[in-house]
Design a protein around this ligand. Structure first.
Ligand SMILES: [Zn+2]
Length: 388
């Protein structure tokens, strides 16, 4: 087996935060050694660079770049929606994102296409659609039209349910269609009054979590902008709270007690046109500070294409500014993201036995500002990513 050595650079140990001059060797898709003075069949000069683990985005939407925010989101031919993921996935991989959790929109075919090598991309974990109660975000309904299904695709099951029995059935529909994670919306969208509602009952949320866990130990990721919905989901055993723009002390303490993760997706209120959302952005950063103080574990999620996928690494800068600091942001996008996704024995740190998901950055400082400008090379599972 070919032994590749990334030689002459520095290596970041994300666990300790230490940057040291070191080489890294991998064979096949596995790292075999991190030490000085290594040799191998292929040697890549990494002088002046920093090796970090491949980035993990715990909340993205790889199939929505042409529909979310579009004035005519339902005008695309059906096949165009998944095909729009092809350039998105290539972009993410070139930026060093080697694993993503899709928070709705991608089906099992996207995961299969990447795993089979038909298209280039990060490994994709899917959730299919957003489970909700009647009138929730995933419930597509319009005056004059009534209920409709923009996917019109039996591989994207109906996400709407009522009551405990309905909630269990909705989870099972997603599991049947291949969901790795169960996505649930407990509040409305950020810019509408129902962002502060608690749309599910305690019994419904508990039924979702219990049924997801019953099927292969799947986790539930919960869209919750406001504190009471986040608290209810955490107490019910949700694995992660997404967004959480308006958390409070009770919510973060419930999350910390339940070992529930926080994926802030600060890009939703920062960056691009959202730069003008001063109040929302400040509320969001306050939630991050409350979570840090309460000891809630935090993982990186961009919520792209809320901002373009090409700007995914800006999320690390927002996390750093919100209180995690550069090293905390790097951990949120590597080792901590791997822990949330249940993959920490396989990736998230650069160590022998781990998957060779590696990013070579220009410069040896573990900064996160303008990170996308610093990506020199990327390996996913030991395969170097084409820069074309
Ligand atoms: Zn999202």
């Amino acid at each position: 087996m070919t032994r590749t050595v990334l030689a002459g650079g520095h290596v970041l140990d994300v666990l300790s935060g230490v940057v040291e001059r070191s080489d890294l060797a991998f064979e096949g898709d596995r790292i075999v050694s991190v030490a000085t003075g290594l040799d191998g069949d292929v040697v890549v000069d990494c002088a002046g660079g920093l090796l970090v683990p491949g980035f993990i985005d715990c909340h993205t939407h790889v199939c929505l770049s042409r529909t979310l925010g579009s004035t005519q989101p339902y005008s695309l031919p059906r096949s165009a929606v998944p095909l729009s993921a092809v350039p998105v996935l290539a972009t993410l991989l070139r930026l060093g994102v080697t694993t993503v959790r899709d928070a709705w929109g991608a089906d099992a075919g996207i995961r299969l296409a990447v795993a089979s090598g038909w298209i280039d991309g990060p490994e994709v974990l899917i959730s299919l659609r957003q489970l909700c109660t009647t009138g929730g975000i995933g419930d597509q309904w319009a005056f004059g039209l009534g209920g409709f299904d923009s996917f019109a695709d039996p591989a994207m099951p109906d996400p709407v349910s009522e009551g405990e029995v309905g909630a269990r059935a909705a989870v099972r529909r997603m599991v049947r269609a291949g969901a790795d994670w169960i996505k649930v919306t407990a509040t409305g969208s950020i810019r509408f009054p129902d962002a502060h509602d608690v749309q599910l009952t305690v019994a419904e949320m508990a039924a979702l979590v219990e049924t997801a866990h019953r099927h292969g130990g799947r986790g539930v990721m919960v869209h919750a902008h406001a504190a009471r919905a986040a608290e209810l989901a955490a107490v019910a055993g949700a694995r992660s709270i997404e967004h959480g723009v308006w958390l409070d002390e009770a919510a973060v303490h419930a999350m910390a007690s339940a070992d529930c993760w926080y994926v802030p997706t600060l890009s939703a209120t920062h960056g691009g046109s959202a730069r003008h959302d001063g109040d929302l952005a400040e509320a969001h950063r306050r939630s991050v500070r409350l979570a840090i103080d309460a000891g809630v574990p935090i993982a990186m999620g961009s919520d792209a294409p809320v901002q373009p996928h090409a700007e995914v690494l800006h999320e690390l800068a927002y996390l750093a500014e919100a209180g995690l600091g550069a090293m905390g942001a790097l951990r949120a996008a590597t080792v901590n993201a791997a822990r949330l996704l249940g993959l920490s024995t396989d990736r998230g740190v650069l160590a022998a036995g781990m998957r060779a998901d590696i990013v070579l950055l220009n410069g040896t400082e573990p900064d996160v500002a303008a990170l996308d400008q610093r990506v020199r090379a990327v390996w996913r599972g030991g395969t170097r990513v084409s820069r074309e």
